[in-house]
Design a protein around this ligand. Sequence first.
Ligand code: PEP
Length: 247
Amino acid sequence: VRAPMVAANWKMNGSRAICREFLQHFDVDGSLDVVLFPPFLYTSILTEGFAERSISVGVQNVCNVSSGAYTGEISAEMAVDSGATYGLVGHSERRNLFGESDVLVAEKFMACQRAGLTPVLCVGESFEERLEGRAESVVAGQIDVILKSVGIKTFANAVIAYEPVWAIGTGETARPDQAQSMHAFIRAFLTKFDATTAENTRVLYGGSVNASTAAELFAEGDIDGGLVGGASLEFKEFAKICRSVSR
Ligand code: PEP
């Protein structure tokens, strides 16, 4: 059985004050995996504050190499040293705004696993790609690049987040049946390589999830939780989303 997971991607938002609000007021029951992805600078505040609680912290990006003359970069090893346990990889904002290629995304995925961070691989098609009927092939291609680099078995320690680009930050959530259909496709795609891994890999949905849309999405059989952007900065709203997971 796949344990449900709800993750918060704060993007370049948040502050020490918001971290303190979460530390004081945010809690969830232990059978749900909750991961907060704050900007790097807030990693330690949260990992130290949440040390006694079952709330994990991840980083939104890592450098593809471990250390050295890469001014401004932060490695997966440093994230681990600050208490992080997850790393987002291949978010569409990284791919589109910062030009991250499939090859770089694969390197970052491997950098996470090398350092001991569980990568959360974001995949998803653009609006044009969906209109052209290419949504499934685009998503399969994004996963395939990783499979070719690391092999199916490493997905035992990874999470996939399906995030249709047209649904991110737009207020336009995918319909539950639309999302379910892609999640089932992703699982079927993984099954071709290894059925057990496919069965055990969590696939989260991301794209304008909020407290009123979460329950319906999370009730679908192949949707194992969510990756939440805009609605994750307010601890009450995010807690509601976490409680929408039915077990
Ligand atoms: C995201 O950034 O991963 C995301 C899903 O954003 P939003 O919920 O704001 O669409």
